[in-house]
Design a protein around this ligand. Structure first.
Ligand SMILES: O=P(O)(O)OP(=O)(O)OP(=O)(O)OC[C@H]1O[C@@H](n2cnc3c(O)ncnc32)[C@H](O)[C@@H]1O
Ligand SMILES: [Mg+2]
Length: 253
């Protein structure tokens, strides 16, 4: 079983990933399983750029496959702010409460409350090369005051137009179903499954070809020896995963 490090220092994100990846045959680790590293610079202009920077940085330092997430809230009336600056909207070391308070203050006289969460995911291999990328978004309206105790970050200010409730009120399961991160994770899992199926298919094809070549060689040897042993007895150690296509039985009428 391979290892995947969820490379985030945000415990809210980490819980969501753990829940969504729990069925996958992969050993999940997090940054707390390793000696501490300084945080990478997140000065990209897009979520995707920052997600790639983080994935590559942690993968190279930890020598493991790493998944990084860059996400944030875009508010239409603020021209897409806080966007990629969501974590440090109220300052470099700002808390969730400080970010939320500043956002409410800036939106005080705004009637248009449309907003959306966005998430970009990137997976890097242990050399730091990006091997997968996905994204997702989630539409909503910015509330006038915090609602509910669940979630993290800007969740208490986000009214989900898909759930018809605040993300601060939603259960983890409800949020994962419609969230920007949930959508991006499901795309990533679908990509992995497709890649695994392709790999399996190719392996079986190869095995099938090998088997049919061996059959031809054996057939020839048997002809030369004048022997015709049953196939299993002749080669007890080969058990093909895919049998070569058998000829259809001749039709009888
Ligand atoms: O960079 P890492 O270590 O992953 O952790 P971070 O918290 O700094 O994460 P980002 O740089 O991606 O910043 C994302 C900001 O957007 C907020 N955010 C992201 N996803 C969210 C979600 O699902 N619900 C509420 N707030 C969210 C989050 O609280 C941060 O303030
Ligand atoms: Mg960050």
């Amino acid at each position: 079983m391979g290892t995947l490090v969820i490379a985030t220092s945000n415990l809210g994100k980490l819980d969501e990933f753990k829940e969504m990846f729990k069925e996958l045959p992969v050993e999940l680790k997090c940054l707390a399983d390793y000696p501490p590293l300084p945080s990478p610079n997140e000065n990209g202009r897009t979520f995707a750029a920052n997600a790639k920077t983080k994935a590559t940085y942690y993968a190279k330092h930890l020598n493991e496959f790493c998944l990084a997430d860059d996400s944030g809230l875009e508010v239409k009336a603020l021209g897409g702010e806080p966007g990629v600056r969501s974590a440090r909207f109220a300052g470099d070391e700002a808390t969730d409460k400080e970010n939320n308070d500043l956002l409410l203050q800036q939106m005080k006289f705004q009637i248009t409350r449309t907003c959306r969460f966005r998430c970009a995911l990137a997976v890097a291999n242990p050399t730091g090369r990006i091997v997968a990328e996905t994204d997702g978004s989630c539409e909503g309206m910015l509330l006038h005051e915090p609602l509910g105790e669940n979630g993290f970050g800007y969740d208490p200010l986000f009214w989900s137009t898909e759930l018809h409730k605040g993300l601060g009120e939603a259960t983890a399961e409800e949020k994962n179903k419609i969230s920007h991160r949930g959508k991006a994770v499901r795309k990533l899992i679908a990509m992995w499954k497709k890649a695994a199926n392709n790999k399996n298919g190719k392996r079986q094809e190869k095995q099938g070809r090998k088997y049919s070549n061996e059959q031809q060689v054996n057939g020839k040897a048997e002809q030369e020896n004048g022997a015709s042993k049953p196939e299993r007895e002749a080669r007890p150690d080969t058990k093909p995963e895919v049998k070569p296509e058998s000829k259809p039985e001749p039709e009888t009428n």
